[in-house]
Design a protein around this ligand. Structure first.
Ligand code: ADP
Ligand code: MG
Length: 521
């Protein structure tokens, strides 16, 4: 469907066209009219299908630019996502002259206050910093007409819920509330609905919860072989841009170190890093100076980075929903992607739970042999050598080269060159990861796997007991603890704003074989 059929005004339609969007995606088509009509909406659709514009466009439409009040507030789980959303709304709202500001931890609060004072029609913020501004009285939310929780299930989850409740107290009761996410577990939705008035739940139900654009593989490995298998797979697959997920912050740090040791350009991102470091890493990744971004779940939620062709789940996620979000970092806006999930024997039930949620089978992938990995390295090395041959100014090296040619035959020289470039020795750099506590074994049984984390989940099935029981006892194992959440949002205050522009892709629209389920709650 064309955007022009959705009731948006000329200013916005021009901006949409400039942005390279030709047709509305299904979630945009279904929710934009409802939002424009003032309804509360729960919008659920696969990752990478344009949910930002789905809530952003009608909000931009409804903004009265004659007023300097904050009329819409968008809450995001991370600073990076807040910036990304602010950038997209700024671009789409530029022709209408809508002021969009982002507020987040780790960046100078005084500058944010100045910006807010200059007038902000839309504020995108992370919970911690929003609460700071509310407490200081530097943000006035009394005229907010629309509140959005992006990545809503994450925002309504334990780590953020209290913050969200505080923010809700600062916005009028009479307002429009929008929740958007790719996943919306029933128990979490129940919490969200309490903050809403007669919401419409629009669910763009594809055949599966994950997109067909991502080829999903799993590889069965022993715990102590995971890292070697990983680097072999990387040598064979040679991804240009990949995201690797680890379960904990420590894991992310260690994986990064190990990958560097074996010659990969890797960098980590998680909540304990300074804002400055996180900005720097993302910028380098977007500029392809880093090949592998190693991340925790929370750090990578919602990120839209074009060109990511592989997602590796070094540790299988504990919640099937996390899997959906992780692999959703690839296969975005019509592009094709791949995912590889590592699974140990003890974790096979987690794999089954994921497949049950996504309604899609992952394909088994055989761990590559060392020979295959070497071959992978050599093919890349040959390509670099050929590139070097065509670029070299031979006259600069004439004397040294002649000396070598006199001593060795061409084949030997080429082999030596390949071996140096491929640096096969690097593959054997010994490296071992610290032991991570394994996921609690699942008791397979009826109802799709109850959690058996050494405690009774109150008799709840997975859905009913969502994020109860073992999650709470997960402690340092997962990044989901509220401590982490807060430190993520309120990290160090050193960072300078990373305003790097995302590539503006005129990516083709996703095919719309999806159908829509609508139900009133
Ligand atoms: P989601 O929040 O659903 O994961 P995003 O809002 O981050 O997805 O959008 C994913 C990508 O798709 C972005 O790069 C965005 O610019 C692009 N996009 C959004 N809407 C459209 C559209 N109608 N046509 C083409 N590309 C779009
Ligand atoms: Mg999003």
């Amino acid at each position: 469907m064309k955007f022009s059929e959705l009731g948006l005004s000329e200013d916005l339609l021009t901006a949409i066209e400039k942005h390279g969007y030709v047709e509305a995606t299904p979630i945009q088509e279904q929710t934009i009219p409802l939002t424009l009509a003032g309804k509360d909406v729960i919008g659920q659709a696969q990752t990478g299908t344009g949910k930002t514009a789905a809530f952003g466009l009608p909000i931009l439409e409804m903004i009265d630019t004659n007023s300097r009040d904050v009329q819409a507030l968008i809450v995001s789980p991370t600073r990076e996502l807040a910036i990304q959303t602010q950038e997209e709304l700024f671009k789409l709202g530029r022709d209408k002259h809508v002021r969009v500001q982002a507020v987040f931890g780790g960046s100078d609060i005084r500058r944010q206050i100045t910006n807010l004072n200059h007038g902000a029609n839309i504020v995108v913020g992370t919970p911690g910093r929003l609460i700071d501004h509310i407490n200081r009285g530097t943000i006035k939310l009394g005229n907010v007409k629309t509140l959005v929780l992006d990545e809503a299930d994450e925002m309504l989850n334990m780590g953020f819920l209290e913050d969200i409740e505080s923010i809700l107290k600062a916005v009028p009761d009479k307002r429009q509330t929008l929740l958007f996410s790719a996943t919306m577990p029933t128990a979490i939705k129940r919490i969200g609905v309490q903050f809403m008035t007669d919401p419409e739940h629009i669910q763009i139900a594809a055949k599966e919860l994950t997109t067909d654009l991502v080829d999903q593989y799993y590889v069965r490995v022993r715990d102590n072989e995971k890292f070697d298998t990983l680097t072999r797979i990387l040598d064979v697959q040679q991804p240009e841009l990949a995201i690797l997920f680890g379960r904990t912050k420590r894991r992310v740090d260690e994986l990064t170190r190990g990958l560097e040791l074996r010659g990969f350009k890797a960098a980590g991102i998680h909540g304990d890093l300074t804002q400055q470091k996180r900005s720097q890493v993302l910028k380098q990744f977007k500029a392809k100076e880093i090949e592998i971004l190693v991340a925790t779940d929370v750090a990578a939620r919602g990120l839209d980075i074009s060109g990511v062709t592989y997602v590796y789940n070094f540790d299988i996620p504990q919640d099937p929903e996390s899997y959906v979000h992780r692999i959703g970092r690839t296969g975005r806006a019509g592009a094709h992607g791949n995912s590889v999930t590592f699974v140990t024997n003890a974790e096979m039930d987690y794999l089954k739970d994921i497949e049950k949620l996504t309604k899609k089978r992952m394909q088994p992938l055989k761990p590559p042999t060392r020979e295959e990995a070497v071959a992978g390295r050599l093919s890349v090395a040959s390509a670099s050598v050929e590139a070097a041959v065509s670029a070299v100014d031979a006259s600069l090296f004439a004397e040294a080269a002649e000396g070598l040619v006199e001593k060795y035959d061409a084949k030997t020289l080429a082999a030596a060159l390949l071996s140096a470039v491929a640096n096969v020795a690097e593959m054997d750099e010994s490296f071992s990861l610290s032991h991570e506590r394994p996921l609690p074994r699942k008791r397979s049984g009826f109802g799709g796997g109850r959690r058996d984390g050494g405690r009774q989940g109150g008799g709840n099935g997975r859905r009913g007991g969502y994020r109860g029981g073992d999650r709470r006892s997960g402690g340092d194992r997962s990044e989901r603890g509220s401590r982490e959440r807060r430190s993520y949002d309120r990290g160090s205050r050193t960072g300078s704003g990373d305003r790097s522009q995302r590539g503006q892709s005129g990516a083709p629209r996703r095919s719309s074989r999806d159908f829509v389920i609508r139900n009133n709650d």
